[in-house]
Each structure stands twice: as structure tokens, then as C-alpha cells.
Design a protein. Structure first.
Length: 445
């Protein structure tokens, strides 16, 4: 027993001596502002099992001063395990959260700070209405590049084609904070699409009609920060669609065509749950949704990886992997099997000026009745979308106002129906290139 006590004391003395050396060397590197050397020496000490409050603070501050806020977070969090009320550690951790874009963690941390510290760092009490977000834009196509003619055979009665169309879009949204760990995002979107539908029948001149789609959307996203970087969200997106269309009936005897205006109302929805995790220089999100877009059924699963190689928001990569399944046959009726397709969205973003970021993205794969951005954006059309890419300019105009301008381009194949004497004899497609411009404003209170 005495020998064990002596050995334990000897080992403890050696450990204490080594800790003192690490304490002294890292303090010297700290005072000399040799941040890279300090990170190397501190990391080596941690690998040897040496860990204490000041070591964590020095490593964290070294990362912070190199603007690697995401790597600093873990060290400040560990320092607070040693001294939970230490104001210096709390302040550094708060700003590391803010500069990493982790507002939920910053809000929760600030709520537990002493009032004096909150005032010192400018973290006021949470407002019930945290801010609003609005966007609007237009979509147009290269319609003039597509020619339309009458049907190309004597047996054809008529053909009908709806051009790609033009649309105007508006969105207004509020972000609420009913609880320090909860955010509620409420949104309203309005979409107005106008198109030209053309009919050409044998022996008759071409006819054209204006058709339209008006869409009102309501969006709810409730997120709860569960701690340790985890956020759980529940989302519902409801869409009310009113379609004004024109149909044609052909008389096989006299080749006369009768045109009839039609009106259809649809109620679609998307329900989604997601789990997000912030871990170092990564943000991970796993989501699953169910929807009933265009009288079909869809199941969509997303796995999103956001990587910040510099440990801050100056450079990032967003990779979104989608498995989309839809149950619908050619007649628009629900079938017994799901058609599954894979989609990959890749985005790169980087800071180009002091108050300007540039993003570029591309979508690999074809999409139909598909959603993105936590189901905020819903592409509820049955025409296949492909070759989608775009660029975004984002400018934090001030500490609480952010502006952006977004451009997208994609292709859609629009059907052309060609009828024989009584029945559909061909279903051809014409490809349109669409251009979308959107401006946004985000104001945080």
C-alpha cells in the first residue's frame, strides 16, 4: 500500500511539472501572439491528456484571432466546463457562435448570462418578432426560339401546346422567437403564371389563348434547439392552386374544333421533419418529407452537408443529396409503384469584398414535383426540370439588414399533344430555357 501511494505521488508530481511547463510555454506564445505555434503546442498537450482552463482559453483565442471561429467554439465550451460563469469565456463563445452563423446557440447562451455582461457585449433581450424576410421576382423564357406550326399530317385533327410562360412571384415572412430555444418562421408566397396555349387544326388557322395559374402558399417552420449543436424542425407548406386552362374537342367528321375554357382548383401540401447538427466546421442536416403535389404522392429524403474549410463564413460548400420518389402514372392517376430518381445540388460560396458574397450552384439530375430549402421552395409542376444553375450576390448592408440578388436558369420540356381522328396519336415535347431573377431583403430586429 505504501509503495502504491509513493508511486502515485511520483506520477502526480511528474504530471504537475509537465502541466506547469505547458502552462508556461503556451502563456509565452499567447503573449507573443504566435497563434499558429500556440495551436500546435496546445493540441499536442491535449493529445497527451493535459487539459486545463487556461490552456483551452489560449487555444480558443488563437483560433479566434485567426478567424477560425468554428474551431474556437469547442475550446471555449470546454473552458466553461471548468469555470461555467467566467465572463471572458462566455463573451468569446458568444461571438464565436455569432460569427459562425449559429444564432440559436448564441441566443441560448446569452439568455443565461448576467445582465451586466449582456449589456457589455450588446446581446439584448430577445424580441418576440425577431425579423422579417421578403423576396420577389420574375421568371421568363426564350419562347421566341420555338416555332409552332399546324399538325404535319392530313389525318391529324388538332394539336395543343402551352408555352413555357412568364411568372411573377412575391413572398413575405416573419421570424418569431416565442422561447429562447424555439424559432417559428411564418411565410406567405404568391405566384402568378401566364402562358399562351396554341392549337393548330387541319385546314384551319392557328388559335391561341391566354391561360393562367394563380397560387397562394402558406409556410410554417418550427425549429427547436435541443442542445449540443442539434436542431429539430417540423415544417408544413400548403399550396392553393387555381388553374385557368383551355381544352379542345375535335369533330372527326367535319374537322371543326370546339374550344372550351376550364377552371381547376388544387390543394397541395408538403410535410417535412428534419434534424440538423453543427459539428466543428460542418453543418449536417437529414430531412424527410411527404407531399401530394399535382394529384400524385411524393416521398423526398435529403442529406445536406455544409463545409466551412476556413472555420468561418468566408468560404463554404453546400452539398445536398436528394432521393425523390413519386407515385403517378401517365394518366395522372395514382399507381402502385414509386418512380425514384436521384438529385444532387452543389453550391460554392465565398466572400469577394468586405460586404459582398458570391454563390454559384448547379443541379445534377432531373426534377419534377420537387422541393428544396426546407420545403420553402416548391417546384410543383409536372414538366421535367433539368440543367439548372445559378449565381447569387449577397450583401450584408448593415449589422441587421441583408440584401441579395439571385439569378437561375433551367430547362423544362413542355408537352405538345397531337390527336388523330379521336385519340391521342403523339405526345411530343419542346424544350424551353427559363430565366429567373429574384431580389431579397432580410431585416433582423
Amino acid at each position: 500500500m505504501l509503495l502504491f501511494v509513493l508511486l502515485t505521488a511520483a506520477v502526480s508530481a511528474q504530471v504537475d511539472e509537465k502541466t506547469k511547463k505547458i502552462d508556461s510555454s503556451t502563456y509565452n506564445l499567447y503573449t507573443l501572439a504566435k497563434w499558429s505555434d500556440l495551436i500546435d503546442a496546445g493540441t499536442a498537450a491535449l493529445d497527451e491528456g493535459i487539459d486545463f482552463y487556461f490552456l483551452r482559453m489560449r487555444i480558443g483565442i488563437a483560433y479566434y484571432n485567426r478567424k477560425n471561429y468554428m474551431s474556437a467554439i469547442g475550446h471555449f465550451e470546454q473552458a466553461l466546463e471548468y469555470s461555467p460563469r467566467e465572463p471572458v469565456a462566455l463573451e468569446y463563445l458568444y461571438w464565436s457562435y455569432v460569427f459562425s452563423g449559429r444564432e440559436k446557440e448564441a441566443r441560448v447562451l446569452a439568455s443565461g448570462m448576467p445582465d451586466e455582461l449582456r449589456k457589455t457585449i450588446g446581446a439584448g433581450r430577445d424580441n418576440f418578432v425577431g425579423g422579417f424576410y421578403t423576396e420577389g421576382g420574375i421568371t421568363f423564357n426564350d419562347d421566341s426560339k420555338n416555332t409552332r406550326g399546324n399538325p404535319g399530317s392530313d389525318t391529324t385533327i388538332y394539336s395543343g401546346q402551352k408555352s413555357g410562360g412568364k411568372s411573377a412571384y412575391f413572398s413575405f415572412n416573419l421570424e418569431l422567437s416565442p422561447w429562447k430555444r424555439m424559432t417559428v418562421f411564418l411565410g406567405y408566397n404568391y405566384l402568378d403564371i401566364t402562358s399562351d396555349k396554341y392549337f393548330g387544326s387541319t385546314g384551319n388557322s392557328q388559335e391561341s389563348f391566354k391561360v393562367s395559374t394563380k397560387q397562394n402558399e402558406y409556410y410554417l417552420n418550427t425549429g427547436i434547439y435541443a442542445g449540443a449543436g442539434f436542431t429539430v424542425s417540423g415544417i408544413i407548406h400548403y399550396l392553393n392552386i387555381n388553374v385557368g386552362d383551355v381544352s379542345a374537342d375535335a369533330n372527326a367528321v367535319n374537322s371543326n374544333t370546339v374550344f372550351k375554357k376550364t377552371s381547376t382548383s388544387l390543394n397541395n401540401y408538403v410535410g417535412m421533419i428534419s434534424i440538423g447538427k453543427s459539428a466543428g466546421c460542418f453543418d449536417l442536416m437529414l430531412g424527410s418529407s411527404y407531399s401530394n403535389l399535382n394529384k400524385a404522392k411524393q416521398i423526398q429524403n435529403n442529406f445536406t452537408v455544409v463545409y466551412y474549410p476556413l472555420g468561418n463564413l468566408d468560404l463554404y460548400s453546400v452539398s445536398d443529396f436528394v432521393v425523390h420518389s413519386e407515385k403517378q402514372d401517365a394518366a395522372g392517376k395514382s399507381s402502385s409503384k414509386f418512380l425514384t430518381r436521384g438529385i444532387v445540388n452543389q453550391k460554392i460560396g465565398f466572400k469577394v469584398l468586405d460586404r459582398l458574397w458570391l454563390e454559384a450552384f448547379y443541379m445534377f439530375g432531373n426534377a419534377v414535383n420537387y422541393h428544396e430549402n426546407n420545403a420553402f421552395v416548391v417546384f410543383n409542376f409536372s414538366d421535367i426540370m433539368s440543367d439548372r444553375f445559378g449565381v447569387n450576390l449577397i450583401s450584408p448592408f448593415s449589422s441587421n439588414i441583408m440584401l441579395s440578388l439571385r439569378y437561375q436558369q433551367y430547362k423544362q420540356d413542355v408537352p405538345e399533344l397531337v390527336y388523330g381522328t379521336q385519340t391521342l396519336s403523339a405526345n411530343n415535347f419542346k424544350s424551353y430555357t427559363f430565366h429567373k431573377l429574384i431580389g431579397t431583403l432580410k431585416w433582423t430586429f
